[in-house]
Design a protein around this ligand. Sequence first.
Ligand SMILES: C[C@](O)(C(=O)O)[C@H](CC(=O)O)C(=O)O
Ligand SMILES: [Mg+2]
Length: 299
Amino acid sequence: MLYARTTPAEKRAAFRERLDSGELLRLPGAFNPLSARLIERKGFDGVYISGAVLAADLGLPDIGLTTLSEVAGRGRQIARVTELPAIIDADTGFGEPMNVARTVQEIEDAGLAGLHIEDQVNPKRCGHLDGKQVVDAETATKRIRAAVDARRDPNLLVMARTDIRAAEGLDAATDRAKALVDAGADAIFPEAMRTLDEFAAMRAAVDVPLLANMTEFGKSELFSVQQLADVGMNIVIWPVSMLRISMGATGRALDELNEVGHLTGKLDEMQHRADLYDLLDYEAYNRFDTSVFNFRVER
Ligand SMILES: C[C@](O)(C(=O)O)[C@H](CC(=O)O)C(=O)O
Ligand SMILES: [Mg+2]
């Protein structure tokens, strides 16, 4: 009720422990706090909070227009309603290394379990689009060093994302990953890997947890959890998928409303009122006020 019972520090410690086991953790993207509850209910290992979703939610493209306050604020709203660890997309860290340090502290204070910072230039773009540009190794490693030095909880996961694969190829990507690990990155997010062999090459190059991004309509083939586990990945995200599915369903429902004038044919696709209330733990609010939940919702 109200908030999760697990504290941010406990979530971070638990997430680190699971990562240390070497298994593959599954983190679907939550597009709002409520969907994070559903991700938890369905038995996933964590929640991913996508910058692309955050921007899209505000009606903006994913080009670094969202501010640190918006990102940390949304992260806080999502992280606090779930017992799961939440990892957030901090884009390029919102500025110079000193800004990166502030970003890390704000995100830590917001209760997130970890974040990733990428090596794109500003204005950044989706990692699966053409024409990306990355900063040089020195700038990229400075961002990560600043991030690592700024955290107060050593369990806050500082993940370095590299976008260099698309611009300079796989060898450049493994070199960059090694440099980012040397700078203190706890984990690596190799963006826009094309094949399982590329993920495997990254696995051979570094000894820290690796994230696989299974975003649709991009550069990577959509591999299964088993395929990614087999090449040694440790975290898999479906960052925008749940938003895409929800918006797809919403579009179809609006068409139906235009065509037939009612939504009766869509009832089976809807989350039932009873399931929504269950997810919200509505009944638990009765402990404060017995008049809050003194009714029944029939199916
Ligand atoms: C992971 C990502 O950074 C995100 O913001 O969710 C995006 C996802 C996408 O745009 O499909 C990215 O891969 O750049
Ligand atoms: Mg992003």
